[in-house]
Design a protein around this ligand. Structure first.
Ligand SMILES: *Cc1c(COP(=O)(O)O)cnc(C)c1O
Length: 626
């Protein structure tokens, strides 16, 4: 049982950042919103005060004018009623489902304020205030992820899906560049075989981009890359991802013309991290057949399990292959886990030494419970993140800002030349803001309000151990405590029957917990799956008033097809024999994403936990009585 937290001064800080589960900060929120709305009204009125009013008093007092306003009010009441009746209560400790939580007040207010100005970040002309915010927020992300702010680049995408598309887009175009040089200007790559050209390290290719520019043939070369010629049949190679990848990668391989056949999923281990020895074997098998590797993707915070791939090991592997003349692009999909790199940074964005970090996590009261997070392995993974060429990171997940805000950080901004549709005036001397963002991102028109929300969040909450690190640290600690409590609980009794409960992994890498129940003595996996499906049905919202739900979670199925035998030991712990796993080949689990910053470090943790167990017991009763 974790110790109760008495008198943590930092507690006050985090709670002042959110509207709160009971709208505790409503006065502040309303007053500030009012202020921001007044500002906007004044701005309109003060724009050329000499302009005459064009609404006449007679018009304003007319019946139809009033009717129009009445209709507007009526629709908005309807809207509000609909929103209240069925929306998910992200703010509540009773919601422990998908990757959602309360969002930062400052981000919500900034978004609402900026939205009235309706900026469009596709072009600077249409977003003079918010394009610089997007660039600044992108720089914040790149810096937090360990890139050099002077040579890297980052920006806000609609979501992690688009960021992954951009990552693969760059990897693909980059892979095809050296061969295109050979076609247009062979002297630049004299003496190099096609295989060598297909295995050029990223930095060397970017150097070649510079040479092609100097030689005046860059445009001609670029139109001979895949963006001009199309991908062709199997000419570029394969993309390697862990089995635990987000499904956006499958779509990315499709829309970018890589093809699903060239999209290889690597077995994960019992901790649901990509198995490095299998990765190595997979790379070897492809190079033996002279099939190049376009990219390897590592995941920091898998969508289903919150697992953290061994990023340092993947980076080491690439370095070892480069010595043997083999290279590939390295993308880290940290859509979910990226912001938690803040936990490892000091006030000057320096990556903390392991022992110093361990001390600070407790002396700063980020952690108060009894656990040993983070392991050395996880620490090394976060440390190695900047060895990637690009990184996906979602502000609308662990950045606690409203949708739709994904993001990408890119180590070497020269790579933008390979995807842009205009000359690279992007980073002209003395010009920090690009004039046409839309020319070298995947999207077109996009909300400047999103950038305002992310920018304001970053200005308010430091991207280090004292800010985001603390908020996210709490969510991680909550997951650790939850797992320990599950372990201690072992089983629950409902209607005279006993039900075993087990977490998917003993120590979660991040803040997601998967778990399953099984009736004691049951050795039938189908029966166990049916129980957990029913349990999920009891713990999810389908229709009707959401107030009726006392607990909401999410669920997923881990199948042999997707995960090989990775879930086998988990199933065994629940009393299911191995041959049952072989026969049925899938296990249903409840999935709890612990983003809520009010659960750990919580004065009432014991009360909360007991209440939670009681709810689970009732759900079990419901599940077996249907
Ligand atoms: C959520 C997630 C994505 C996709 O992000 P969206 O913002 O939902 O498009 C990609 N990868 C991982 C690992 C994710 O968790």
């Amino acid at each position: 049982m974790a110790k109760q937290n008495k008198g943590n001064p930092k507690d006050v800080t985090v709670k002042a950042l959110f509207l709160g589960p009971k709208s505790e900060n409503r006065e502040y929120f309303k007053n500030t919103l009012n202020f921001l709305m007044d500002e906007h009204m004044h701005w309109r009125r003060d724009f050329h005060p000499e302009d005459r009013e064009i609404f006449s008093i007679d018009e304003v007092r007319s019946k139809n004018y009033q009717k129009t306003l009445d209709r507007t009010s009526e629709v908005l009441s309807q809207l509000s009623a609909k929103l209240k009746a069925t929306s998910m209560p992200w703010f509540s400790a009773r919601y422990l489902g998908h990757m959602n939580s309360d969002t930062l007040m400052v981000a919500n207010l900034a978004y609402m304020a900026a939205m009235l100005y309706n900026p469009n970040n596709v072009a600077y002309e249409a977003s003079t205030a918010t394009t610089p915010m997007e660039i600044e927020a992108g720089k914040d992300l790149a810096t937090m992820l360990g890139f050099n702010p002077k040579t890297s680049w980052g920006h806000i995408t609609t979501d992690g899906t688009i960021a992954n598309y951009e990552g693969l887009w760059m990897a693909r175009n980059l892979k095809s560049f050296p061969l295109a040089v050979k076609k247009v200007k062979p002297s630049l790559v004299k003496g190099m075989s096609d295989w060598q050209l297909l295995n050029m390290p990223v930095q060397k290719v970017l150097g070649l981009v510079g040479k092609a520019k100097k030689a005046g043939c860059f445009d001609a070369v670029r139109s001979e890359t895949v963006r001009g010629t199309g991908v062709g049949k199997g000419t570029l190679g394969v993309v390697l991802v862990p089995q635990s990848k987000h499904y956006s990668w499958v779509k990315a391989a499709d829309v970018l013309g890589i093809g699903n056949k060239n999209f290889i999923e690597v077995q994960v281990d019992g901790h649901f991290r990509m198995d490095i020895s299998v990765l190595k074997k997979t790379i070897d098998a492809h190079i033996a057949k002279k099939i190049p590797i376009i990219a390897v993707v590592g995941v920091v915070g898998t969508t289903e399990e919150g697992a953290i791939d061994r990023i340092a090991e993947i980076a080491k592997l690439r370095a070892a292959y480069e010595k043997k003349g083999i290279s590939f692009y390295f993308h880290v999909d940290a859509a979910y886990g990226g912001y938690s790199r803040a936990l490892f940074l000091d006030e000057k964005s320096r990556f903390l030494e392991y022992n110093v970090l361990k001390k600070r996590l407790f002396s700063d009261k980020v952690f108060v419970g009894n656990h040993s997070y983070p392991s050395r392995e996880i620490y090394e993974s976060y440390k190695a993140i900047p060895q990637a060429d690009s990184i996906t990171i979602d502000p609308h997940k662990m950045g606690y800002v409203p949708y739709a805000a994904g993001g990408i950080a890119i180590k070497d901004r020269r790579i933008l030349d390979l995807i842009s549709y205009f000359a690279a005036y992007v980073f002209e001397e003395g010009k920090d803001s690009p004039t046409l963002l839309g020319s070298y991102i995947m999207e077109g028109s996009k909300a400047g309000a999103t950038a305002a929300g992310v920018w304001a969040a970053h200005r308010t909450v430091p991207l280090n151990i004292t800010g985001y690190g603390e908020i996210i640290g709490r969510s991680i600690e909550a997951a650790q405590m939850f797992t320990r409590e599950l372990e201690a609980t072992k089983s629950l009794k409902a209607k005279g029957k006993e039900f075993l409960v087990q977490p998917l992994v003993w120590t979660p890498d991040f803040n997601i917990i998967c778990m399953a129940f099984n009736e004691k003595g049951n050795a039938n996996l189908e029966k166990m799956n049916a129980l957990n499906s029913k349990l999920y049905a009891e713990s999810s919202y389908v229709s009707g008033p959401v107030y009726k739900n006392d607990w909401v979670t999410s669920n997923t199925e881990l199948s042999k097809e997707d995960y090989g035998d990775a879930p086998k030991d988990f199933v065994k712990r629940l009393g299911i024999p191995e041959k049952e796993w072989k026969r049925v080949g899938k296990v249903r689990v409840l999935r709890v994403c612990m983003l809520n910053p009010f659960i750990s470090n919580f004065q009432h943790h014991d009360v909360l936990w007991k209440g939670f167990l009681e709810i689970l017991r009732k759900k079990l009763e419901g599940a077996i009585s249907d």
